[in-house]
Each structure stands twice: as structure tokens, then as C-alpha cells.
Design a protein around this ligand. Structure first.
Ligand SMILES: Cc1cc2nc3c(=O)[nH]c(=O)nc-3n(C[C@H](O)[C@H](O)[C@H](O)COP(=O)(O)OP(=O)(O)OC[C@H]3O[C@@H](n4cnc5c(N)ncnc54)[C@H](O)[C@@H]3O)c2cc1C
Length: 399
């Protein structure tokens, strides 16, 4: 496995470092203090677009297979991980607030027809303004157990009528469209799942409410409702034929396998920030002469390096079109726990200052917890790996 970083990625990392120091970290601290997300009309987002950020990985090639290959080449999963880690180092909340199709992109890429890619990802190729996409699976009564979603989809002529409630969807209220998962028949479990692209302004899509969060306050996590919301059948991702042979849920799992290593890499980024901050505080307080403090810091760096290697391996497999289900779960199970341990040590090393609530160590401690929850909790990842160990399908409903 070759883990060298190519020159183009090095250059982009240097760009993120400069932007991170000057704007991302300060913006994250400000959003945290104000307790609200960076607003969509903030000049920072226009600047990002002018810098060529906020774009889709989709190459614009109409052919699905060529497009997937192009996405892998252009996006290179490992390069994307390096960039995700660096962004999260400066502020993971701000990183998620960046314009772009976001978590909505993987399902459109993996399930969408060429026409749907053109319609929904096309505007993200060279965006004229900050644009966002969003992904909504979670519901008040369905988190880890995604099979329990109750948002219903009923066919009516050339449209589907959606009814239900979604929660914690990143950037949903500012998104051009949201990939909404619904069920055509709850008795079919995952076999009844369908993914719809619901466009902004569709009558019946509304009640957006930005959730209160303990950390990562710079981006919005939003609940919303769908009330007799008529979505054209052309917005059913992949069309009806895609869902033959219970492929619906598989589409979601493919998305998760692509995104879990990225979430793990972001945890590594927050962990690195916590370690650097703990080192800075310990140095300032003259505590680096204490071998117990040194040992805690070194343990943190050692475990972070291991976690990063696990992330890179999962990405390397993806880049080489090899199955990475176990590796994706492994890095997602390990990295957030490691980062949380370091952030916790950072709180203790900062001592009284951390308890006051205005220290970076304390913010990072609040930010990092969510990394264990999003994209499948640590417990769920361990369940997936244990089932794999004994030869069971990934989840009970997948057999
Ligand atoms: C910051 C943030 C951003 C998010 N962004 C999005 C988003 O953009 N789009 C989206 O759709 N969702 C999003 N989510 C939702 C997220 O995916 C869910 O929170 C997650 O799936 C967990 O679901 P839950 O919170 O309902 O917890 P639950 O599923 O109720 O779980 C509660 C606890 O029980 C454990 N548990 C559950 N089932 C089992 C089991 N079978 N065995 C053992 N333990 C179990 C879990 O590990 C957890 O510790 C986000 C959440 C957060 C916190």
C-alpha cells in the first residue's frame, strides 16, 4: 500500500492550512460562542465558491460506470480523507457548513440515472453561488435502526406523495435539494425504502427547525416535515427498476461505506487539534517536565497515528475498487473513541481553564463526541464487525 501524498493534494492541504488558520478556526469559535450556525449568506461561503470549492466530484460524464470511475479518480478517496482530516483540524463544524452537495452526493452518484446526475449535480459543477445538498435518513423514531423509518411514499399518477418527519439533516434548510429516504410499505422493512430528491420550495416541505447541539455549532442540523409533499416520479433516485430485488437499502449502505472513513478521518483531525492544544497548554504551564503528562500526550499521538492508518487503509481499498465494509466500520469504531480520549486528556491538562467554558480544549471536547454518533454509532460499527466475524450478513434485514 502506497500512502504517499501526491503534489496536488499537498498543495490543497497547504491551502486549507492557510484558510484554516486565518478563517475556519476563528469562524468556528465565533459560531460556538454565538450558539448558531454560520448563516448561508456569509461572505465566507461566496469566497469558497470563488476559490473553486463547493463543487461536485461528478465529472459530468453521462455514463454511470464511467462516471463512477471518474469520481474515484478525481476524488481519490484517500486524498479526500487527507483534506477532510485537515479541515476538521481547523473546525469540523465549519467544514460541514461548506457549500457543496454534501452527504447527498454519494446516493445521487451511486444510484442516480445520468439524467438525475445532470439535474441535481450539474449545478454543482461550476456553481454560480453557494449551493448545498442534504441527506435525510434519520427520524425522531429511527436513528441507528434505519429500517424503522416511517416517512411514507405513496404513488399518485406521475408523482409520489411523501408524509413524515426528518431530523438532524445537515444543511437541510439552506439546501437546493434533500435526498429523503421514505418507505412505500413499512411491512417490507428495508425492501420498502426509496430515496427521493426533494427540491427546495416543493409544497409540503417545511417546518425547518435548527436543532440545538452540544458542539459543531457552525453548521445546521435541521429537522423538517413532509406534509402531502408531491415529488415528481422523475425524482425517485435510480427509478423504480433500481429498487427491484430489495436494492433500496443497499444504496444507503453504499453511501455509508463511502462516508464512514471520511467521518473517521475528521475525528482524527479533531483529535490532532486537541493534542496540539494540550501540548500548547502544557508547555505554557511548564508541565512538559512531568513524565505523566508527556506519557499521556505521547499515548494520544500514537493512537491517533494508528487510527489514521486504519482510515487510509479503508480509503485505499475504496480507491482500488475493493470491498471495504469491515475496514470502514473499523476506522469509524476506533478513530472517534481515540479522539475523544485525547480531547478528554486535553480538558484535564488544561484544568480549571477548561472548566470555564471559553477554552479551545473545552470546545473540542464538545465537538468530538458527535463523531461517535454520526454515520452509525461506535456500537453499531462493532455490531457490523461482529456479524461479519461469524459470517452473518451485515444487518438482520439484509439476508
Ligand atoms: C451532529 C449530528 C449530525 C447528524 N447528521 C445527520 C444527517 O446529516 N442526516 C441524517 O439522516 N442523520 C444525521 N444524524 C443522525 C445520526 O445518524 C443518528 O443520531 C444516529 O444514527 C444515531 O441515532 P439516534 O441518535 O436515534 O440514536 P439511537 O439509534 O436511538 O441509539 C441510542 C444509543 O443506543 C445504541 N444502540 C442502538 N441500537 C443498538 C443495538 N442494536 N445494539 C446496541 N446498541 C444500540 C446506540 O449506539 C446509541 O448509543 C446526525 C446526528 C448528529 C448527532
Amino acid at each position: 500500500m502506497d500512502f504517499r501524498i501526491d503534489a496536488a493534494t499537498e498543495q490543497r492541504l497547504a491551502g486549507i492550512r492557510a484558510l484554516g488558520r486565518a478563517e475556519i478556526r476563528p469562524l468556528g469559535l465565533e459560531a460556538d460562542r454565538l450558539g448558531r450556525p454560520v448563516p448561508p449568506d456569509h461572505p465566507f461561503f461566496r469566497k469558497l465558491v470563488s476559490l473553486g470549492l463547493g463543487r461536485t466530484r461528478w465529472s459530468g460524464d453521462g455514463d454511470a460506470r464511467a462516471s463512477r470511475g471518474a469520481a474515484a479518480r478525481e476524488g481519490s478517496a484517500r486524498a479526500a480523507l487527507c483534506l477532510a482530516e485537515e479541515l476538521a483540524y481547523w473546525d469540523r463544524g465549519v467544514a460541514v457548513s461548506f457549500p457543496g452537495p454534501g452527504l447527498g452526493e454519494p446516493p445521487v452518484l451511486s444510484m442516480g440515472t445520468p439524467e438525475q446526475k445532470e439535474r441535481f449535480l450539474g449545478p454543482f459543477r461550476e456553481p454560480d453561488r453557494p449551493r448545498w445538498g442534504s441527506f435525510a435518513m434519520t427520524e425522531p423514531g429511527a436513528g441507528s435502526d434505519v429500517a424503522a423509518i416511517r416517512t411514507s411514499a405513496r404513488r399518485e399518477g406521475g408523482a409520489f406523495v411523501l408524509d413524515g418527519e426528518k431530523s438532524f439533516a445537515a444543511n437541510a434548510s439552506r439546501a437546493d435539494w434533500i435526498v429523503v429516504w421514505a418507505t412505500v410499505d413499512p411491512s417490507l422493512g428495508r425492501g420498502g425504502h426509496r430515496a427521493f430528491v426533494v427540491e427546495r420550495g416543493t409544497p409540503g416541505l417545511g417546518d425547518f427547525k435548527i436543532e440545538r447541539k452540544m458542539g459543531l455549532k457552525a453548521y445546521e442540523s435541521t429537522s423538517f416535515t413532509l406534509r402531502a409533499c408531491r415529488v415528481p416520479a422523475a425524482n425517485l433516485l435510480g427509478g423504480e427498476e433500481h429498487y427491484a430485488r430489495r436494492a433500496g437499502f443497499k444504496g444507503a449502505l453504499q453511501s455509508f461505506n463511502a462516508t464512514r472513513p471520511a467521518i473517521a478521518a475528521m475525528a482524527v483531525g479533531i483529535g490532532r487539534a486537541a493534542l496540539d492544544e494540550a501540548l500548547r497548554v502544557a508547555r505554557e504551564d511548564g508541565r512538559l517536565g512531568d513524565s505523566r503528562v508527556r506519557d499521556r500526550l505521547e499515548r494520544g499521538r500514537r493512537r491517533l497515528r494508528v487510527a489514521r492508518l486504519l482510515c487510509w487503509r479503508a480509503a485505499w481499498l475504496a480507491d482500488h475498487q475493493q470491498p471495504n465494509m469491515v475496514e470502514a466500520s473499523l476506522c469509524k469504531a476506533v478513530a472517534p473513541a481515540v479522539a475523544l480520549e485525547i480531547a478528554s486528556a486535553g480538558m484535564e491538562i488544561a484544568g480549571e481553564a477548561a472548566g470555564r467554558g471559553d477554552a479551545l480544549a473545552e470546545k473540542l471536547f464538545r465537538d468530538v463526541k458527535a463523531m461517535d454518533i454520526v454515520e452509525g454509532t461506535g456500537q453499531i460499527q462493532r455490531i457490523v464487525m461482529a456479524r461479519h466475524l461469524v459470517g452473518l450478513p451485515r444487518d438482520p434485514g439484509a439476508a
